[in-house]
Design a binder for this molecule. Structure first.
Ligand SMILES: C[S@@+](CC[C@H](N)C(=O)[O-])C[C@H]1O[C@@H](n2cnc3c(N)ncnc32)[C@H](O)[C@@H]1O
Length: 262
């Protein structure tokens, strides 16, 4: 599959078109060989093609930014569904990276205003690049803000006014073993979340509680081993009701949702 996608990228054709190809020109074959060597050396496929599909979008990715994962599409889908019927909703995406969540919500929710917050100076260049590309394609402009999701002063002007906070935060416990594609190519700030993986989440809960209006919704992705710990943390915070955990398509616990108490 990866080899086919790399050859399709080299030839700039859809993967299905490979079936009808009679020949691969020499120059393209040499580029394909070089990409295969890099992929065999565990460079992520998406860094080699420079693109990552996410729901209806194709995002630019490369060194310095977390490659969006298919399982996060479900958190995006939940957020988009949760905003149905909310007039001119206001959304904040904490830890936006490529902008996968923020830009999908902007693409799929009519009349939405989205702020994408990102702390990593390298990653935010990708957030800005993808946001500009989507705005040029006609989607609502997403505000990209350099900031720390655990900062008590973040977005003070939106206190109590946000309809939905969504986040795929760094949640890998320090020292956990991860594949080489992840360890060597995803930015450390996107991965590591302290001894139990939940350090950043603790800070983000305070921010979400402050930003959300009463009844506003919260959605947070987590590791499959955190399907009990994360809902427990959200319940223990005290500001949230209707705390639920949701599985991904493989049936593994993947994200927690809640509602801001009145
Ligand atoms: C797992 S990645 C998710 C990126 C994107 N939302 C997605 O779903 O593909 C986590 C992102 O949060 C950012 N981040 C980590 N700690 C942060 C903090 N304290 N404040 C803001 N962003 C942070 C990382 O730089 C990274 O881009």
């Amino acid at each position: 599959m990866d080899a086919e996608l790399l050859l399709a990228a080299v030839l700039d054709v859809p993967r299905a078109r490979l079936l009808t190809l009679a020949d691969v020109p020499d120059g393209a074959a040499a580029r394909f060989d070089a990409l295969l060597d890099q992929r065999a050396d565990r460079v992520p496929l998406q860094h080699l093609t420079g693109r990552a599909p996410f729901r209806y979008l194709e995002l630019a990715v490369g060194p310095g930014v977390f490659v969006p994962r298919p399982e996060t599409e479900q958190l995006a889908g939940w957020a988009i569904g949760a905003l149905a019927g909310v007039a001119s909703p206001s959304v904040v995406d904490l830890g936006s990276g490529s902008g996968a969540l923020a830009l999908s919500i902007a693409h799929e929710v009519p009349g939405v205003s989205v702020v994408a917050v990102e702390r990593d100076p390298a990653a935010i260049e990708w957030t800005r690049h993808n946001a500009a590309a989507r705005a040029a394609a006609g989607d609502p402009a997403v505000v990209v803000l350099a900031g720390d999701m655990t900062d008590p002063e973040l977005l003070r002007d939106l206190d109590g006014a946000v309809d939905l906070v969504v986040s795929n935060p760094p949640y890998v416990p320090d020292g956990a073993r991860v594949p080489r594609e992840v360890a060597d190519h995803d930015p450390p700030l996107a991965l590591w979340g302290g001894p139990d993986g939940l350090d950043v989440v603790r800070g983000l809960l305070a921010t979400a509680a402050r930003l959300l209006r009463p009844g506003g919704r919260l959605g947070i992705e987590h590791a499959d081993a955190q399907g009990s710990a994360l809902p427990a943390l959200v319940r223990a915070h005290g500001a949230f009701a209707d705390v639920e955990d949701h599985p991904d398509l493989a049936g593994r616990p993947r994200y927690t949702t809640a509602r801001r108490r009145s």
